[in-house]
Design a binder for this molecule. Structure first.
Ligand code: PMT
Length: 220
């Protein structure tokens, strides 16, 4: 795929899962591998952009010419993203951020003493929403992982979080989405949409960077 020229543009990307500590040896997380976000970082760097990749815990190599910032929890990712987004032209939120975290982290390993264990979770900050609400917000692109009513929910997120663009993936599709090498995206912006049919995450990342460049240039 032909990549646009993004020299001089600063692009910040979040990728991977977050881990939310329960006790010193346990956490809650999800199945994001980071592959989609890393492919986007790689495509953006190949297009000539200055790329910062804020990454949850994954086992992937840092793409060439990409600055990587490692984080663990949603709160860490939130902090790093707000710092980096201040000087970004484009922000792409591909991370699968935990919506909730345990209310408190047990100081010691939780013992197997009772038949039931109840944990209370509290809401994590919404990184994407807070970046889009910055006074000098970058061109902001969200992802939406949906299992039903993909278009309706994606358009709702686009409007509610005041995003410039959102890339929806249907996570129920066999062999696509979380932790696979392939994906399919349906990208929405206020005045239109485009389907990017099933392909490798590398190809989709290049197509997405192309779409972002077109709409970024229209807005700026
Ligand atoms: O990592 P892979 O294995 O390659 O899989 C890729 C992927 C399926 C994880 C990716 O394509 C994807 O869909 N990422 C977003 C997953 C997600 O958490 O979606 P969501 O609908 O819950 O969140 C909507 C948007 O808000 C996302 O851009 C998310 O990064 C962002 N968000 C969500 C919660 C939160 N607290 N902060 C956020 O910034």
């Amino acid at each position: 795929t032909h990549l646009p020229d993004m020299q001089g543009k600063r692009i910040v990307i979040t990728a991977g899962p977050t881990q939310e500590a329960i006790d010193p040896v346990r956490y809650m997380s999800n199945k994001s591998s980071g592959k989609m976000g890393y492919a986007i970082a790689s495509a953006a760097a190949k297009a000539g952009a200055d790329v910062v990749l804020i990454s949850g815990p994954v086992s992937l190599q840092t793409p060439v010419n990409v600055t990587r910032v490692d984080v663990v929890s949603a709160q860490d990712m939130h902090k790093a993203a707000l710092v980096e987004a201040n000087t970004a032209d484009i922000f792409i939120a591909c991370a699968a951020v935990a919506d909730y975290r345990p209310e408190s982290v047990a100081q010691n390993k939780i013992k197997k003493t009772s038949d039931e264990l109840t944990l209370t979770f509290v809401k994590n900050p919404d990184i994407l929403k807070d970046v889009a609400a910055l006074p000098t917000a970058p061109f902001t692109v969200g992802f939406a992982a949906e299992s039903q009513n993909v278009e309706e929910y994606a358009r709702k997120k686009l409007a509610a979080k005041k995003l410039n663009m959102i890339a929806a993936n249907d996570i129920t599709a066999e062999g696509l989405g979380f932790n696979s090498d392939n994906n399919a995206l349906h990208v929405f912006w206020p005045e239109g949409d485009k389907q990017l049919p099933a392909a490798s995450k590398r190809e989709l990342a290049a197509a997405l960077i192309g779409l972002i460049a077109t709409h970024y240039n229209e807005n700026n």
